[in-house]
Design a protein around this ligand. Sequence first.
Ligand code: SF4
Length: 369
Amino acid sequence: MLQGRELATFRKQLLAWFRQFRRDLPWRQTKDPYRIWLSEIMLQQTRVAAAIPYYERFLKRFPDIHALASAPEEEVLRLWSGLGYYSRARNLQKAAQQIVAKHDGKFPARMDEVLALPGIGDYTAAAILSIAFGEKQAVLDGNVVRVLARLGVIRGDLRAPKPWRALQKTADSLLDPNSPGDWNQAVMELGATLCSPRSPQCLLCPVAQFCEGRKLGIAESLPERRKKHAAVEVALAAAVFADQNGWTILLPPPPPDANVDPLADFIPILASSMWHFPAVAVTGDPAAKLRAFLRNLAPRARVAQLKLAPAGKVHHTVTYRDITITPFRINVRKLPRVSGAQPVPLHDVSILPVSNLTRKVARAVLDMR
Ligand code: SF4
């Protein structure tokens, strides 16, 4: 990789570009490690534009580590509701509680202490320590890997442990020791904006003269694609009860230690720690399967007499699962009694922590003619 004068020029050009063109994002206006940490966790699986309103709402309700640590978990999940991957929110709160218990509520500034917090891996620790504390720790994530693979024409499956370690060394050697926080953000910004997965904008790139991938005309094909997990199709039917006041019931999240069969047991996978409509996996006639399921769930509900009105199909994708769900509206005088279930207004199911899928199902039923 680059050395000496070349490396100095490379750093200077990339930093100057970042400082002039960086996107004005709320978490870039602070050095508060709590806020930087929150933004990094939210951005793990979420686009910047989608994360901003969540970030602002979350901080309004939990302005510091103490507020987050002492909040009811349900409230934390409710504010996360819609972002997906809810283990992130649960770990965030557990880590906040750990920081209060072990570090007097102050975010730790040492790598080993940061890595001991739940939900924080090498990338997030390096991002927080460099941006908030100016520590010389280089970040390595998908964006950075793409930039490095193109700059140096690095081939193969870069997610494997050995090449990943080699890439970390490369990232460490490029890091500007005088501005580690800005440097890390600059490389990530380049990957997130100009050096995008498809059609990189090399003509605008501040370090194009150093890029071997561009010179060879193969930048777009790097990094090389990994083999994809074959998609698994899942069909579900959901029961959306509606009483005369427009209320429905949701079932509670499965217990965290529930035994999960990743292929057969879809509820823990889909619902994670969220509330959800009663639902069952189906093959064949979804109404018949759902009726059988409801007989077990609510034995006193006279299921045979219930009218199940289908509300079209809802499609949803979770990692490699393509889910098609058929929601059935079931009008009832009184909501059935189901152990652990909670009544909620059908037009506002989000008063409990729910996933996007549950919201889509509620919307499909409300949009029925
Ligand atoms: S020249 Fe193109 S491929 Fe190379 S780092 Fe810049 S944007 Fe990426």
